[in-house]
Design a protein around this ligand. Structure first.
Ligand code: ATP
Ligand code: MG
Length: 585
């Protein structure tokens, strides 16, 4: 997806720059060693293998950054491969979104995309080879029965009564499975390994199941589908993958993947496991994210509250910010949880450099400057980005009636409150010093208008006599302001661990009822034609991004992130938040 980002002076989204390399880690060390010893002829071929059963999330960003980053660093390639072996859960919409997200993040897969479904015939032929070699058999137990007879960690499994069928009989039955002669679930093809193995994955695992389901690419050509555990390693092998990098939960599956390639005598990729990203207040299970979408807890996969890449993009995160975040993550063998505050810090750090400053009032309070001429409108000069001198200046209209932030006024100010209050003088950013002289209240006693006087000698925000004020507040001219829908976000979940629930409840109990607040804000007129995807800093209020589909007549902003940095505080409290990396055996 390409965006027009009129105000981005840094590299645009469609032309990503190489990410900074991650801090060194054990996988890098393995590759360096392999290149030294000449393993794989010094070749580095990694892959990113999503199942197209949902949109990519920020955890996938870590894997993308790692796999594509290593390939780039070591002069290799990284394949984008869809592990599409599960027709019931997979859709073309997901394939398309994944391609767009990988591209947006800067993953360079050279235009070629791989699909496990392209290997169905080869996988089938290899299964037949294993049958001929006496290494696989057709089992007439249902998948449920297979599971029941699998045993436990302390007890061996039971051998299937069909385990010792002849190769000939097995080949015949497997061919009939393939021909679609048997109903769903009536038989499976199983690897013949060891029902007493300590590793449950080696207890005659299912390689194929019968499933008369239409596949998004192969249609109805196949009534049998390979299991992930059979398809994955062989897909890696077919592509000549050298380093097959996956998350820790696949460690126990590695002996099975090794077994298949060894029995088949084919290229043996090296599998290396690392810790998946977990983030506080964030959930990444695709099954649960799908539930949020289907049951309408959120407005689609790209809802800006979602931890999906498309949600983050819509919210205004940049690929650079996400890549920087991934660079700061460790890669290790120990599972941990990363603070959401670190991600937000990276977003803020990036937007600080590129976002133009503007003024917008989220919760408006009318201010009338009694001694300002009725019809006068002055154009005040304002700096576009103090971090970027090249960004220039613009003018902002000033007039007798303004809006300021409701929170910037208190009739009875507490001790530490230095903003506007009766008798108090403050600076209007790029405007004048004003002093509050009185208020107007509604019938309920609420302040609905504040009256002030201004000092004409303070134009631009400085007093010639050198007197100081304790605060500077932002404002917009009431007659010139444009109304815009603005969406403010909090975390989607109230708990650091959204899965922390009482028995009988589920994660939806932890949804934050305040995760979305929609308001109508008053914005300075320069924002009138702001293009979807443009990012701004509303001074003092945070970074905001124009929503997709937003038009001049229907302007809508998403708050990308507030200005309050909580990461610095967390970092101080626990300087070694990242556990030391444990070297794998
Ligand atoms: P599911 O939730 O359906 O189990 P998954 O998160 O494992 O899915 P895949 O599509 O299989 O999703 O993932 C593609 C790749 O991304 C895999 O190599 C996987 O290891 C990696 N990956 C997935 N989640 C994370 C995560 N949180 N952190 C790092 N890598 C991840
Ligand atoms: Mg998976």
């Amino acid at each position: 997806m390409s965006e027009s980002n009129a105000n981005d002076s840094k590299p645009s989204d469609s032309n990503p720059v190489p990410a900074p390399l991650m801090a060194s880690h054990f996988i890098r060390d393995i590759i360096i060693e392999d290149q030294k010893t000449g393993k794989n002829g010094g070749r580095v071929l990694t892959r990113f293998p999503p199942e197209p059963n949902g949109y990519l999330h920020v955890g996938h960003a870590k894997s993308i950054h790692l796999n594509f980053g290593l390939a780039r660093e070591f002069g290799g390639r990284c394949n984008l491969r869809f592990d599409d072996t599960n027709p019931e859960k997979e859709e073309t919409e997901y394939v398309e979104s994944i391609i767009a997200d990988v591209k947006w993040l800067g993953g360079d897969f050279g235009g070629s995309i791989f699909y496990a479904s392209d290997y169905f015939q080869q996988l089938y032929d290899w299964a037949a080879q294993l049958i001929r070699d006496g290494k696989a058999y057709v089992c007439d137990l249902t998948p449920d029965q297979v599971r029941q007879q699998r045993g436990t960690l302390t007890e061996p499994g039971q051998e299937s009564p069909y385990r010792n069928r002849s190769a000939e009989e097995n080949l015949g039955l497997f061919a009939r499975m393939r021909a679609g002669e048997f109903p769903d679930g009536s038989r499976t093809l199983r690897a013949k390994i060891d029902m007493a193995s300590k590793n449950l994955n080696l207890r005659d695992p299912i390689m194929y199941r019968i499933l008369h389901a239409e596949h998004h690419r192969t249609g109805n050509a196949w009534p049998i589908y390979p299991m992930y555990d059979y398809a994955h390693g062989q897909s890696d092998s077919i592509e000549g993958i050298t380093h097959s990098i996956c998350t820790l939960e696949f460690e126990d599956h590695r002996p099975l993947y090794d077994w298949f390639v060894e029995q088949l005598g084919i290229h043996h990729p090296q599998q290396i496991e690392f810790d998946r990203l977990n983030l506080t207040y964030t959930m990444m299970s695709k099954r649960k994210l799908l539930k949020l979408v289907q049951d309408k807890y959120v407005n689609g996969w790209d809802d800006p509250r979602m931890p999906t890449i498309s949600g983050m993009r819509r919210r205004g995160y940049t690929p650079e910010a996400l890549r920087n975040f991934c660079s700061k993550l460790g890669v290790s063998k120990t599972a941990g949880t990363t603070e959401l505050a670190l991600l937000e810090y990276c977003v803020r750090e990036d937007l600080n450099k590129r976002a133009l400053r503007v003024m917008g009032v989220l919760y408006p309070l009318r201010v009338v400057i009694d001694n300002y001429p009725e019809d006068l409108v002055e154009q005040m000069e304002a700096v576009n980005n103090p971090e970027d001198a090249g960004a220039g200046t613009r003018t902002v209209p000033f007039s007798k009636v303004l809006y300021i932030e409701r929170d910037d006024f208190r009739e009875d100010p507490p001790k530490q409150f230095f903003r506007l209050s009766p008798g108090r003088e403050v600076r209007l950013r790029y405007g004048y010093f004003i002093t509050c002289t009185g208020v107007v209240k509604d019938a309920a006693g609420e302040v609905i208008e504040v009256h002030c006087t201004y000092d004409p000698a303070t134009r631009g925000g400085n007093a010639p006599d050198g007197r100081k004020v304790k605060s500077t507040i932002h404002w917009v001219s009431a007659d010139h302001a444009i109304d815009s829908e603005v969406r403010l976000y909090e975390t989607l979940f109230t708990k650091e661990d959204p899965n922390d629930v009482h028995e009988g409840h589920d994660f939806t109990d932890n949804l934050n009822p305040q995760s979305l607040t929609v308001i109508t804000a008053k914005l300075e007129p320069s924002l009138a034609g702001a293009a979807p995807g443009s990012r701004y800093q509303f001074e003092r209020m945070g970074y905001f991004t124009v929503d997709k589909g937003s038009t001049a007549a229907n302007l809508a902003f998403n708050r990308t992130v507030t200005l309050k940095d909580t990461w610095a505080k967390i970092e101080q409290k626990m300087p070694d938040q990242k556990k030391p990396e444990k070297k794998p055996k």
